[in-house]
Structure formats: C-alpha cells, structure tokens
Design a binder for this molecule. Sequence first.
Ligand code: FPP
Length: 246
Amino acid sequence: MGNVKDGSEYPSLARIPAHVGMIMDGNGRWARQRNLPRLAGHRAGMEALRIILRAAAEFGIPIVTLYAFSTENWKRPQHEVQGLMQLLGESLDKEVAKLHENGAQIRCIGDLSPLPDELQRKIHDAEELTRNNSGLLVNLALNYGGRQEIVKAVREIVALGVPPEEITADLISRHLYTSDLPDPDLIIRTSGEFRTSNFLLWQSAYAEFYISPVYWPDFGKKELYQALVEFGRRERRYGGLTDSTE
Ligand code: FPP
C-alpha cells in the first residue's frame, strides 16, 4: 500500500503506527556542539518539529504526541524556562494558521495552569480553532508527567467513590489526558538516551521504542522514515505468541 505521497524518494511502508510519541531530546547538546546558547538549540528544535509534523502528515501518521515540556523541566534555569515558554508562544503565533489550513488538530495534555496566562490563552485559541479538523492530531505534552497524570486519574476515581472492585485498567485509561486516543504504537527518542523520562508511562505499556542517536534538531524526514521502517519490522506480541495486529 502506498502511504507516502512522494513514494519515489520514500518507498511505501509496511505498517503505519496510529500514534507516535516523540521525546525530542538533545537540543542543548546540539547547541553546545556549535558553541551556541541552549536556547538556540531549542529554536533549531522547533524548526525540526515543523519539518517532522509535515513529514508525519505525509507518511499518514494520524496522531503524534510531543514531549515539549515535562513537570521536571521547571528545574532548569529560569531564563531557559522563560525562553522555552516564549518560543512556544511565538511558534503558536507563527504556525497555528498554517497547521489549521492543513487540517491539523492541535491539543495539549498536561497541567497547563502554571503556564503564563497569555500562553494558556494562545493554546486555548489554537485548540478551539482546530477542534473540528480531521487531519494530523498534534498533541503537545506541556507541563506533563506520566506519574502526575496517573495520580490525577486515581484522585478523580477516588473522588467519584468508585468501589475498589470496579477499578480496572480501562477505567484508569479513561481518566488519563489521552482518554479518547489509542495508546502509542511507537515512541521515538532522539539523542541516544534509553529512558522514558516520565513520558506516557501508562500508555506506553506495549509501545515499540525507537532510539535515534541523532540530536532532535537534526532529526528530519529521513530519520522519521527510518524509524517507521524499523517499526514495520518489529513483531508485536502484546505478551502473547503471535502478532495480534494481523
Ligand atoms: C530536550 O532537549 C528538549 C526540551 C526540554 C524541549 C523540547 C522543545 C523543543 C523541541 C522546542 C520547542 C519548544 C516547545 C516548548 C514546544 P534538552 O534541552 O534536554 O537537550 P540536552 O539533553 O542535550 O541538554
């Protein structure tokens, strides 16, 4: 099946994941390699993200969840945190109209309440503008942490007075930020680190992990394609003996 528009450059893929999570790591090291400030790395990272979103849509990936800012990232120097927030605001200003034109839907997961008010407004406006779009779903994890998300779910369930015997994995899933989304099939992490860093902890139970040695700002369409080729080769057994996706 030809999932790729420019098939001559990128031959068709065996299988397209329904949901890809991306841990966009290595912006700081990319900058350091070039004697640039860390924020220059994040800027380059944002540029890479633009290219990856276009490529994801072209490859026919329906959903991407991007780890943009974790609950632990507040520990970074204040000027880096502020710089990241500013970069996100500027990028929303610049990119939302274009994403909307291309049919993308923008959503955020995480606790947005500590983010600057203006940024929260921009996020809300982007979500509202694109909420009925049916193209690529761009899910931005902002002030997101997997443990914090599970704690939130448990608190909600307890507050509802659900009896212990009625607490199931499915019920917990329905109280996560991703309640209406399929679990990620593939999680890509750049910069050669083999860690989940608190990203989609519950949802990644059966995800395939793909670690790229490349720093995020250098992760482009070719690298995404390689990850998808590798995903197509993996045999997924979900704890059973055969590939239950077939
Ligand atoms: C990890 O690189 C990257 C981040 C903490 C933020 C990801 C941000 C972008 C891709 C830019 C877009 C910004 C937002 C907020 C959407 P790192 O700084 O941990 O790199 P290092 O491990 O090499 O220091």
